[in-house]
Design a protein around this ligand. Structure first.
Ligand code: TXA
Ligand code: MG
Length: 328
């Protein structure tokens, strides 16, 4: 049985923290997406996350902390880490550092590094601190499916497989945190997010961007972050990413059963579902939920106008490329 808690219920956090202390699994909102949490230091609990999600064992988890000071309990800090924690914690930035022995191998999938993040979400911070531990949490979806932006999406994938879900409404950002590897001298961006390359370079100087982010297809031979080599964010519908053509023409070509996602305001096209977005933030806050809605409605094609490849656009485009079956 999966318990459903509403965030407005005053006991939700205390009861959920107790479940985590006992080694259970709780899904909770963050500012990015919903996470599926377990005590990061409890090997059995962490193993259960992999089972519930159907997640490959070699894909490490992010450990969530409730204060800046806690990072040092899990990892060896360096100068770049100190500066970035100061500016971006709490927030949608995950940093990868050399791990301390306290972190079990199952949490980091056997790597000698650990990914750490402090979410910018009051409820989640309360939950982590009341659990008296650190919370390992991947996205609260079945592996390969779009990340969940609300409790309904978590239920769809994980009801009956986890102990509780905290319903805190729709998340704000809608795509996962930026992941930055700080174990090498020059930091390496492993996953783009709302904290942009420019934001990071403003604090630590020039960084490298992993080639899988700039290429359209991932190099399966040398994934720096194990998560890079798996299919991601895929709805059942075919996602068509339109970079170099006119979205309206492509929508017309595909004919019936089309969801069109576009930045354009005045367009003349008949489609089953039309999502007009203002900017990248608007798009990211809706994207994964629109994917899930289209699957519920049996839509065949999701045609998306590509954002510009700069700033936050890099992150949105990265998710779209990973989800797409066709780029034109
Ligand atoms: O916004 C987020 O980051 C959400 C919320 C719940 O915090 N979490 C999330 O977790 O997206 P997940 O497991 O879906 O993605 C974690 C990513 C994966 O690509 C994983 O391979 C990478 O971080 N990662 C974790 N530990 C790592 C490590 N030690 N070295 C390199 N990459 C790591
Ligand atoms: Mg995920």
């Amino acid at each position: 049985m999966t318990k459903l808690f509403n965030i407005a219920n005053s006991n939700a956090i205390t009861e959920s923290a107790n479940i985590l202390k006992e080694g259970g699994l709780v899904a909770f909102p963050t500012e990015t997406i919903y996470g599926l949490g377990a005590d990061a230091l409890n090997e059995v609990a962490v193993k259960n996350i992999f089972i519930a999600k159907g997640r490959p064992q070699d894909n490490p988890l992010i450990v969530h902390v409730s204060s800046q000071d806690d990072v040092e309990k899990l990892a060896h800090l360096n100068e770049n880490a100190k500066k970035l924690i100061d500016v971006f914690f709490p927030g949608p930035l995950t940093i990868v550092l050399k791990k301390k022995d306290i972190v079990p191998d199952v949490t980091t999938a056997g790597l000698d590094s650990v990914a750490v993040r402090m979410p910018d979400h009051k409820l989640t911070l309360d939950l982590i601190s009341k659990s008296n531990s650190f919370i390992a949490a991947p996205s609260a979806n079945t592996s390969g499916k779009p990340s969940p932006l609300n409790a309904k999406s978590v239920e769809e994938d994980l009801y009956g497989k986890i102990d509780a879900i905290i319903d805190g409404g729709n998340t704000d950002i809608g795509i996962e945190s930026t992941v930055l590897d700080l174990t090498s001298e020059v930091p390496l961006l492993l996953r783009p997010g709302l904290v942009t390359v420019e934001d990071i370079e403003g604090v630590v100087g020039k960084i490298d961007v992993h080639k899988s982010i700039t290429q359209s297809k991932v190099d399966l031979d040398s994934p720096k972050s194990p998560g890079m080599k798996y299919t991601h964010y895929s709805p059942n519908a075919n996602v068509v990413l339109v970079e170099n053509s006119n979205v309206v023409d492509i929508a017309k070509q595909k004919g019936e059963s089309v969801c069109l996602i576009t930045f354009q305001k005045d367009i003349d096209v008949k489609v089953e579902k039309l999502i007009q977005v203002k900017d990248n933030r608007d798009l990211s806050s809706k994207l994964f939920d629109v994917f899930r809605e289209c699957d519920r409605e049996g839509i065949k094609y999701i045609i998306v106008e590509a954002p510009k490849n700069d700033g936050f656009g890099l992150a949105v485009l990265n998710r779209l490329k990973k989800a797409s079956n066709e780029i034109c």
